[in-house]
Design a protein around this ligand. Sequence first.
Ligand SMILES: NC(=O)c1ccc[n+]([C@@H]2O[C@H](COP(=O)([O-])OP(=O)(O)OC[C@H]3O[C@@H](n4cnc5c(N)ncnc54)[C@H](O)[C@@H]3O)[C@@H](O)[C@H]2O)c1
Length: 311
Amino acid sequence: MEHLVSGAAGFIGSHLCERLLADGHSVLGLDNLITGSQRNLAHLANHSRFRFMQHDVTQPLELARRFDHVWHLASLASPKEYLAHPIETLESGSTGTRNMLEIARRDRARFLVTSTSECYGDPLQHPQVETYWGNVNPVGVRSCYDESKRYAEAMTMAYHRYYGVRTNIARIFNTYGPRMALKDGRVVPAFLDQALQGQPLTIFGDGTQTRSFCYVSDMVDGLVRLASSEERLPINLGNPVELTILEFAERIRLLMDAELPIVFEPLPQDDPQKRRPDISKARRLLGWEPKVKLEDGLRETVEYFKAMAPA
Ligand SMILES: NC(=O)c1ccc[n+]([C@@H]2O[C@H](COP(=O)([O-])OP(=O)(O)OC[C@H]3O[C@@H](n4cnc5c(N)ncnc54)[C@H](O)[C@@H]3O)[C@@H](O)[C@H]2O)c1
C-alpha cells in the first residue's frame, strides 16, 4: 500500500515510517524540517520503497502519486518549540490538517491525525477519558498548540461527516524514545541530557505534578492498529502508569547510577498538574496496551543519546 506521512523526519514520524516499510508498504515522507532532522531518516535513505520530500504542509501540494493512507503528524510538538513558533503551530494544525485531509479525500484514502492529551488542558477529571471535553485556557500561551489540535480534531470529524473520509484521531500522551530531540525541553530528554552531563536535574514546580510515559514502539503499534479501526472519535494512546516528576527524577538517578542533585524552578504557565490516560477504549477497540517497561525504554533512550553525544 502507498502511505503519505507528514512529520516524517520527526521523532514519532521516523519510527512510523520504519514500521510501515517493515510491514511491506511504500512511504512518501514529508517534513519542512522545522524541528525534525533528515538524520532521523538517514538509515532509510536508500530504501527502495521510501522517498522523502522537504515540504511545508501548510502549502498546497500537487502530487501525481496516489495514496491509500495519509498520516498527519506534522506539528511543532514540544512546549519550547511551539512557544517559539506559535503561528506556525496554529497553521500546521489548521491549514496543514486541511491540506492533508484534501489529499485523503482526493484519493479516497484513510486518514489519521496525531492529536494530543493537551486537548484536555489542565484536566479536572482524572484519569482522562475521551468523552471528557477538557479544561483548556483558549488564550493562554500554550493555546497555540492546544487549540491547533482541537481544531485539527474538529476539521477531521467534519471531513468524515461531510465527505465520508475514513478518519482516525489519536490523542497521544507523553511518548519518549530514541530520536527525540535532546534540547527540545521535554522532560525525558531534558533529564537525560542533564544526567549525561553530570548536571543537576531541573524540576519545574515542586515535582508533585504527574506524567505517564509511553515508549515509542508501543505508540507506533497503537497508531498502526488505530489506522485500521472504524472508530472515528478520538482514542487515547499512552501509558497509564503514572509517576510524579519527582519519582521520575529518582528513576533517572537510579538508571544513571548518579548522585545528581535536584534543583527546583517555577512552574511554567498552564502546566498541567495531572496527566494519565484512561486507555480502556484502546484496550477494548484496538486490543492495545503499552508493553515496554519504563526502565527498558529509558535504557534504550540513554544508549541512543550517548551515541549521539559529541565526542
Ligand atoms: N511525542 C509526544 O509525546 C507527543 C505527545 C502528544 C502528541 N504528539 C504529536 O505527535 C506528532 C509527532 O510528534 P513528535 O514528538 O514526533 O514531534 P517532532 O517535533 O519530533 O516531529 C514533528 C515533525 O513535524 C515537522 N513539522 C512541523 N511543522 C511542519 C509543517 N508545517 N510542515 C511539515 N512538517 C512540519 C517537524 O519538522 C518535525 O519533524 C505531533 O503531531 C505531536 O503533536 C506527540
